[in-house]
Design a protein around this ligand. Structure first.
Ligand code: ZN
Length: 659
């Protein structure tokens, strides 16, 4: 009995250690896809080309809940012939006596009804279809390889009959008109990538194109009605692209760069190779730009085109080679647009957050695959800032360039990067690696010391502190210290705000709207000017505080803000509706219409953030009617987990209140 167990476990171990990448190398995937939105279905004809490295009798693709048929194989120039296959454990196994050094192509048809990674949704009565591979697995909608270590050239095609745009990785090489207003589109890639970076986005878009200094087409997609938002949304895109190419020292590795906003995206953005998909909450007008712009996400996803896509971490242990680098290079791009102070201020804030994480006991080594996003992103970025400060900019830049050249279109581990820095630096970095990368705690003191040495601005910011009622605090607000330092003082001692404080910039005025909630009479007139600021956050705060502090003036404030909607979640409009409903003498004959407008924003055609806001307000005023309740019920099965979580909680709460 014991022996059988021993033999069995040995057998299992040998299976576990034999990676498919040891005996087969997938080269390219071509596919003609079709989508049926009404039944959330995808289907396609696929052909995969691969080379056999060691003889084997089966190779597999990951394919979750897929129907597969008409499987054929082509060997050399022979005609394709049917082969055996089976589907087991969400994999398709192709059975054949595969010979070493031989190249094969398998052909098959498939269809699937994916539960994740591919999303069908309605926006303005048009279908929008898009994918999210990372964290969700592309194999839910396209037969592919979950293992990031086998890189493949993907070439997707689609027949569209609905006048949609079809976006995917690579360059659109072909569009062939077909009968019935249909068109066949084909995309081609030049270089291989991991399967999680495969993307499709289908919908109604217009596009604006610029060209980088190096000649790469930069395509900015937008909804047809958003032409006025193109400039603020994509502001600095070309500058950041040119900057990163120059800074990284390795030419952008793909044929073009497309960015496409989608409705109710799961994250801020996703760096699919040459085709970044991002949340349309970042599509902003010139006022929204001041509060909630796309710059950081834009730069982050762009940096991934090198760090993540050109070179990919072999496993979760080295995930920071993607997120830490993307975060750091986005910071550098922002430093180029704004200034050094912006750069150091962001580093300071992330050091504070990392320190707090350790105090809370949830800090981890950067090499722990279960680390938080804060660790992977911000600690990763900090490692690069500290490393560059230690070895000097020249060594750092050259090492990054060499590292990319050596490992391009391949996979990497932390030692691949560090060893190249060590080689050029001429000294061991093991002490640095232990302190910054391996040890559990983030070296918060070393980080603060570094910042204090590098930035007088940070010194000033840290020195200014009014938590312990310094006598200088009132003066700080009058004299020249940075806006960030003034914001800090206002947050600590809002009572120090005077009429003069209103003369400062947008951020300082926003802090007033946030922290000065009891408005002294003598500041009323100054405070009212906040309603004219080019910030939807300031306007929302100021409207609420003015309405609360000065009841006799409510009609005036409502009238002044009646045409402002705010961000895509209509933050100002929803507040305005609720305040209006609670102002009996203002627009008394239109209350029903306004209430119905508020309820309408809970409908599935609106984005998740707007719906959550509307549900929250209706809950607050205890007026979630039947329509609201049925939309709440329906929201529980949405693809956005935040909306689902919210809807379930609110629903439970309503139930409890009833009982
Ligand atoms: Zn990222």
């Amino acid at each position: 009995m014991k022996r059988i167990v021993a033999v069995l476990s040995f057998f299992l171990m040998s299976i576990a250690f034999a990676q498919q990448t040891d005996y087969v190398d997938f080269k390219s995937a071509n596919a003609l896809l079709g989508f049926i939105p009404d039944s959330s279905m995808v289907f396609g004809k696929v052909w995969y080309k691969f080379e056999i490295l060691q003889p084997t009798d089966s190779v597999y693709l990951d394919a979750v809940n897929m129907d597969v048929e008409n499987v054929e194989i082509r060997v050399r120039n022979e005609n394709p012939k049917p082969i055996d296959f089976n589907i087991n454990n969400d994999k398709i196994y192709f059975k054949y006596s595969f010979e070493e050094s031989e190249t094969y192509t398998v052909y098959f048809d498939y269809d699937a009804y994916p539960k994740k990674a591919l999303y069908f949704l309605k926006r303005n009565n048009d279908w929008q279809i898009w994918t999210q591979g990372q964290g969700k697995y592309t194999s839910n909608w396209f037969p592919s390889i979950d293992d990031v270590n086998d890189k493949i050239v993907f070439n997707l095609s689609l027949v569209d009959c609905e006048a949609n745009n079809f976006l995917s990785n690579g360059v659109q090489s072909l569009s062939i008109p077909l009968p019935d207003n249909c068109v066949k589109y084909q995309y081609n890639m030049q270089h291989p990538m991991s399967s999680y970076l495969l993307a499709v986005a289908i919908g109604k878009y217009n596009k604006k194109t610029e060209t980088s200094k190096s000649g790469i087409p930069l395509e900015y997609y937008y909804y047809p009605e958003d032409s006025l938002k193109v400039e603020p949304t994509y502001r600095y895109s070309k500058q950041m692209f040119d900057f990163l190419e120059e800074e990284i020292g390795f030419a952008y590795p793909w044929q073009n760069y497309k960015q496409v906003p989608v409705h109710d995206f799961l994250y801020a953005g996703m760096e699919n190779t040459s085709c970044t998909i991002f949340s349309d909450a970042f599509v902003v007008d010139s006022i929204g730009f001041n509060d909630r712009n796309y710059i950081n996400v834009n730069a982050h996803e762009l940096a991934h085109q090198w760090f993540g896509n050109l070179i990919t971490a072999t496993s979760g242990e080295h995930h920071w080679l993607q997120e830490g680098f993307a975060t750091y290079y986005a910071l550098l791009a922002e430093r180029d647009i704004f200034d050094d102070n912006h750069f150091y201020f962001k580093l300071l804030n992330s050091a504070i957050d990392l320190g707090k994480q350790d105090i809370a006991g949830s800090g981890t080594s950067l090499l722990n695959p279960k680390s938080s996003s804060l660790t992977f992103y911000q600690r990763g970025a900090w490692v690069l800032h500290a490393l560059r400060s230690k070895v000097g900019g020249e060594v750092f830049k050259q090492a990054v360039k060499n590292y990319l050249e050596m490992h391009q279109f391949d996979n990497v581990e932390t030692s691949d990067f560090i060893s190249e820095v060590e080689r050029l630096y001429g000294k061991s970095l093991s002490g640095f690696v232990n302190q910054w990368i391996k040890q559990k705690d983030f070296p918060v003191d070393a980080a603060f010391d570094l910042l204090k040495n590098q930035s007088t601005y940070i010194n000033e910011y840290l020195m200014v502190d009014c938590q312990t009622k310094s006598s200088k605090c009132a003066e700080y607000l009058k004299y020249y210290i940075s806006d960030e330092a003034k914001v800090k003082i206002i947050s600590q001692a809002p009572e120090l705000v005077t009429s003069g404080t209103f003369e400062h910039g947008l951020k300082v005025r926003q802090a007033i709207s946030k922290y000065v909630t009891q408005i002294p009479k003598e500041l009323k007139e100054d405070y009212e000017t906040l309603l004219d600021d080019k910030s939807y956050i300031t306007i929302e705060n100021a409207l609420y505080n003015l309405w609360t502090n000065f009841p006799e003036e409510r009609a005036k404030y409502l009238s002044k803000t009646r045409n402002i909607h705010g961000f895509s979640d209509k933050n100002v409009r929803l507040l305005w509706l609720v305040l209006n409903l609670n102002t009996p003498f203002y627009q008394a004959d239109n209350k029903q219409g306004l209430y119905e407008e508020l309820v309408s924003y809970t409908d599935e055609k609106y984005n998740a953030d707007l719906r959550i806001n509307a549900f929250q307000y209706l809950d607050l005023i205890k007026s979630c009617n039947d329509k609201c309740l049925s939309n709440l019920e329906q929201a529980k099965s949405h693809h956005n987990w935040r909306l689902v979580k919210f809807a379930k909680q609110m629903s439970e709460q309503l139930q409890q209140n009833k009982n």
